[in-house]
Design a binder for this molecule. Structure first.
Ligand code: ADP
Ligand code: ADP
Length: 228
């Protein structure tokens, strides 16, 4: 049961000397509820692949689908977390987390109820009124995560989400993301260049190689998952 299917995906960045081929012949099905980690050296096309699934980029050839519908652009079903936390500096954490819901015209009491629930889930209770600059790096990443989760995406796309954190904070975030994955039954697509991180989190790992970006191999880890 696939959430996302990629068929013969090719992607070229245009530029001098005919540009750069970032992805070639990518075929991949992402199953409902799996935790997929993507490993590979810098420049092998991991971010480009994520951007195609997110809908930020359109493939040069091939087809990307979610729930059997072509992916045309970004939407709430696929929440994206980047390495640098993205928060509005002039809004407090609660308003940052509720921002998307406000844009979608949710009533204020529902926004409050939902944001409170996710404050608890990511371990930020008590920091509702803080501004982003008052938070540590790990806490900002927690807030970014809550900001995405509150929209109830079907899928989480993460590009080196813990790359800029110190090792202890990174471990805490890894534990948190696994807890969230278990609780929300989300499908997760996570890019890392840290083999240990992939082994600690993934139910399946794909390894990419560069020149041009291809899937080299993939394997199932011993972690299992269940969808109710
Ligand atoms: P990774 O995430 O694995 O580091 P990327 O997907 O970022 O790899 O990049 C894949 C290839 O595409 C690299 O050769 C990179 O230099 C190139 N590339 C990435 N973004 C652009 C861009 N905006 N314009 C031109 N080339 C790019
Ligand atoms: P983590 O994000 O895993 O909790 P951090 O290194 O980001 O790790 O923060 C460690 C702890 O330090 C936080 O859980 C929090 O209790 C405290 N902390 C960090 N920044 C602040 C702050 N601006 N105000 C109060 N407490 C803070």
């Amino acid at each position: 049961n696939y959430v996302v299917t990629l068929k013969n995906i090719n992607f070229r960045y245009s530029g001098e000397k005919g540009g750069v081929t970032a992805l070639q012949d990518i075929n991949l099905g992402i199953k409902e509820g799996e935790f997929l980690c993507v490993l590979g050296p810098s420049g092998c096309g991991k971010s480009t692949l994520l951007k195609i699934i997110a809908g930020f980029l359109q493939s040069s050839a091939g087809e990307a689908r979610m729930d059997n519908e072509p992916i045309h652009g970004p939407d709430w079903h696929r929440g994206v977390i980047f390495q640098s936390p993205t928060l509005y500096p002039w809004l407090n954490v609660q308003d940052n987390i509720g921002f998307g819901l406000k844009m979608r015209k949710f009533p204020q009491n529902e926004i409050e109820e939902l944001t409170n629930r996710y404050f608890e889930l990511v371990g930020l209770k008590g920091f509702e009124r803080h501004k982003p600059y008052e938070l540590s790096g790990g806490m900002k990443q927690r807030a970014s995560l809550a900001r995405i989760l509150v929209n109830k995406p079907r899928m989480l796309l993460m590009d080196e989400p813990f790359g800029s954190l110190d090792s202890l904070t990174r471990q805490n975030m890894q534990t948190l993301i696994r807890e969230i994955w278990t609780k929300t039954e989300n499908t997760v697509f996570l890019i890392t260049h840290d083999v240990d991180e992939a082994l600690a989190l993934a139910t399946r790992i794909i390894v990419m190689s560069s020149r041009p970006g291809r899937i080299l191999k993939e394997f199932q880890t011993s972690f299992t998952y269940q969808i109710s």
